[in-house]
Ligand binder design. Structure first.
Ligand code: SF4
Length: 296
């Protein structure tokens, strides 16, 4: 059962527009995330091991957001609103709460472009609103000459293998369902692609797995694939590093020493790994004709 909380702000202004996500603003309708991905960067003592138990619904979202969007629109400060940077906007609570739907109604009313980041098929419920946003939203000056779509939908994948998904993303819809939803989203005329954030070292970053991923994304119509290596934090029970180590020990015990070697002293993959990964991504991008950015 999710808690209900009151918040003072819903629309967060980005300090700088990120070239991956194009965000001018971010909105997270929920605090915490029941999809419970082990690698999630929001993990930590605040949410515990089972993040579903700590999800909060921001009850006064509509009232606060109406004022915030009105003020920004009055000053012509139009920019992409990224929905779901620190939660999934289509958690199962959303079927009844319709909080994300309400947010999209306000975004439409005030003519802001939107970038939805999700793992869920529930997004198809809101295609009617997204179509309207695509028609009337106003792009920021820095993007107006680079793109014409005002709605972007990114589906997150750490693997396209359902077995891997069940281990590392225990509360999320399976990758196979996500791929189908990606295809439906593209068929409905939206600019849609994937964020491979993160790939799982030695599990989904192998040549075979990366080929499978790019091939599946292309086959299901993705317009782009944004890849990233993993970062793992913390040593408390609910932290991403602890959760990932535990899963590796249980399901991939032969990899545990490698994980310890890399992550005992650091939160990041070593530079030589990142360089090789980036090189591989460029090769796959060319081979599958799948750009690594939403806009070039
Ligand atoms: S869906 Fe996103 S926000 Fe939710 S747990 Fe997974 S990585 Fe974190």
């Amino acid at each position: 059962m999710a808690q209900r909380i009151q918040v003072k702000s819903v629309l967060n202004k980005a300090k700088q527009t990120d070239s991956w996500f194009l965000d001018g603003y971010t909105i997270n309708p929920y605090s915490g995330c029941s999809f419970n991905c082990l690698y999630c960067y929001i993990r930590g003592s605040k949410y515990g091991e089972h993040m579903e138990e700590k999800v909060s619904i921001k009850e006064n979202t509509m009232e606060i957001l109406e004022k915030q969007l009105f003020n920004r629109a009055k000053k012509q400060e139009f920019a992409f609103v990224v929905i779901g940077s620190a939660t999934d906007p289509y958690l199962h609570f959303e079927s009844e709460e319709k909080l994300t739907r309400g947010i999209l109604e306000l975004i439409l009313k005030h003519r802001f472009p939107a970038h939805i980041v999700t793992k869920s098929e529930l997004i198809t419920r809101d295609f009617d609103l997204l179509e309207e946003i695509n028609k009337v939203a106003i792009l920021p000056m820095n993007l107006a000459h680079k793109m014409d779509q005002k709605v972007v939908v990114s589906f997150s994948f750490s693997s396209v293998d359902d077995t891997v998904g069940k281990i590392f993303e225990p509360g999320a819809p399976l990758p196979s369902l996500r791929l189908k939803t990606l295809e439906t989203t593209v068929k409905n005329g939206f600019l849609a692609g994937v964020s491979m954030m993160p790939t799982i070292p030695f599990v989904s970053d192998t040549t075979e797995s990366l080929n499978q991923m790019f091939s599946a994304f292309k086959q299901h119509g993705a317009h782009y694939a944004m890849p990233s290596t993993i970062t793992l934090f913390g040593n408390s029970r609910g932290d991403s590093k602890t959760m990932m180590f535990r899963a590796i020990e249980k399901y991939y015990p032969h990899l545990l020493e490698k994980y310890k070697k890399w992550f005992d002293q650091s939160d990041y993959m070593p530079a030589y790994y990142n360089n090789a990964f980036n090189k591989k991504m460029k090769e796959l991008s060319q081979e599958f004709n799948l750009p690594l950015r939403i806009v070039q």
